[in-house]
Design a protein around this ligand. Structure first.
Ligand code: DQA
Length: 143
C-alpha cells in the first residue's frame, strides 16, 4: 500500500516551533516512527511551505495510485480554496490531521476549508494523529 503524508507550511520547524503547542518531536521523528510502525507501507513524505507544491503532491498521489493521503495542511487549512479544490479533484481519500486542537485556539483556526472534502479529520492528538490516520487506511478505510 502506498500512502502520501503531506505537511504544509512551518511544519518543517516542528521540534523548535512553539513546543508548548506542537510538542518537541520533529517531523523526521514522526516519519521515522511511521516507517517503524508500518514497515510494509510505501510512504511518500512531502513537506512544503508552498501551496502549489502541496497541490502537485496531491496530483501525484492520484497519478501514482496511492491508497490515501494523510495531510496536515498547516495554515493553508484555513485559507486555501486551491488546496481544497485539489483534494476534491483527485479522488484519493484524504485524512486531515492537526497536531493541536484547533478548536481550542484562535477563532480563525476553527474553520477548515479542506475538511469538508476529506474523508475525516483528526485534531489535537499530537503526532499520534498521523498514526491513527494511517491505521484508518490500513484497516480498509472505514470498511
Ligand atoms: C496546525 C494548526 C494550524 O492552525 C497551524 O497553522 C499549523 C499547524 C496543527 O497541526 O495543529 O501550522 O495544522
Amino acid at each position: 500500500m502506498k500512502l502520501f503524508v503531506l505537511n504544509g507550511p512551518n511544519l518543517n520547524l516542528l521540534g523548535t516551533r512553539e513546543p508548548e503547542t506542537y510538542g518537541t518531536a520533529t517531523l523526521a521523528d514522526m516519519q521515522d516512527a511511521l516507517c517503524a510502525l508500518f514497515p510494509d507501507i510505501d510512504f511518500r513524505f512531502v513537506q512544503s511551505n508552498h501551496e502549489g507544491d502541496l497541490i502537485d503532491a496531491l496530483h501525484e498521489a492520484a497519478s501514482e495510485g496511492a491508497s490515501g493521503v494523510v495531510c496536515n495542511p498547516g495554515a493553508f487549512t484555513h485559507t486555501s480554496v486551491a488546496l481544497r479544490d485539489a483534494v476534491a479533484a483527485v479522488g484519493v481519500p484524504v485524512i486531515e490531521v492537526h497536531l493541536s486542537n484547533v478548536h481550542a485556539r484562535e477563532s480563525f483556526r476553527h474553520r477548515s476549508l479542506t475538511a469538508a472534502v476529506t474523508a475525516g479529520q483528526i485534531v489535537g492528538l499530537g503526532m499520534k494523529g498521523y498514526e491513527l490516520a494511517v491505521r484508518y487506511f490500513l484497516d480498509g478505510a472505514g470498511a
